[in-house]
Design a protein around this ligand. Structure first.
Ligand SMILES: [Zn+2]
Length: 282
């Protein structure tokens, strides 16, 4: 038995309409936990494991909401597409990728922050092996929580902003470490934020990868019920594709299709983005 709502997902996947709107009457740009959910806030926080993850996963939502902070966690990187990759130093690649973050953030009216941590290969890890996850979480957790607490101080109570956290789909060590650190502190964080877990793209554009990732998320949060919310992309994804192309360092050629940046469901669906909201079981 799982604690996430597959039947609701099937219903969402089959229609192509915007179920967030259909189910609750909300504007998807203002979606929240129930009617009257939180509107966009300057204290909203988008956690990006690496430069590009929030854009690729939630670019349409971030542009629609137009408020908050983009916090890139493992911002030191040597990951770049094409022949330039071999010659570039970590400092050069990091600077280029942070400049891409800055352009994306400017297009979405987000503030930018980064935690200056090194991505998994620079720490000596194979990025998709999770054997060392527990140790990585121990290292990350105090640093991440400290920065989040600092950013949360900007909110104006009783304002309760959104915290958008990666779901860990794709099994990348850095994504899984952030998801686990947030999951371990979920009750404390939910007192300050509405916390949700977003489906990472392009990983979630594979049915199998997405399914494995969602199962891992549910297993990490056994005391919580997860509910999927999604919204169709503006202009069938054209707006998001423009944002994705800001990350030119990650592509040998500019991406031409939105499909890799939309979750794959079992049934036909329109280009969309998705998060899972969490509610502790009573
Ligand atoms: Zn990533």
């Amino acid at each position: 038995m799982t604690n996430y709502n597959e039947s609701s997902e099937d219903r969402e996947g089959s229609g192509g309409a915007a179920p967030g709107r259909a189910e609750s009457g909300e504007n998807p740009a203002e979606f929240g936990a129930g009617a009257g959910g939180p509107r966009p806030s300057d204290a909203d926080l988008f956690l990006s494991p690496h430069s590009d993850d929030v854009c690729f996963s939630l670019g349409d939502l971030a542009a629609r909401r137009g408020a908050g902070t983009l916090l890139t966690v493992y911002s030191r990187s040597r990951h770049i597409a094409g022949p330039a990759a071999k010659a570039a130093s970590v400092d050069e690649v990091t600077a280029r990728r942070l400049a891409e973050d800055a352009a994306f953030a400017a297009a979405c009216n987000l503030a930018v922050e980064d935690l200056e941590l090194s991505e998994a290969p620079l720490r000596g890890h194979r990025p998709f092996e999770l054997d060392g996850l527990a140790r990585e979480v121990e290292t990350l957790e105090p640093l991440l929580l400290d920065r989040i607490r600092g950013l949360a101080a900007r909110r104006k109570p009783p304002d309760r902003p959104w915290l958008f956290c990666p779901a860990g789909i794709g099994g990348h060590l850095d994504h899984a470490a952030i998801m686990t650190a947030i999951a371990r502190n979920l009750d404390k964080l939910q007192a300050i934020y509405w916390v949700c877990f977003y489906e990472e793209l392009p990983y979630a554009s594979s049915v199998l990868t997405r399914s494995i990732g969602l199962r891992r998320l549910a297993q990490t949060l056994p005391q919580f019920t997860l509910t999927r919310r999604h919204w169709e992309m503006t202009d069938d994804g054209k707006r998001k594709l423009d944002l994705v192309r800001l990350y030119a360092s990650q592509f040998a050629a500019p991406p031409a299709h939105i499909a890799p940046f939309s979750p794959a469901l079992y049934l036909a669906h329109a280009p969309h983005e998705s998060v899972w909201t969490v509610q502790r079981r009573s």
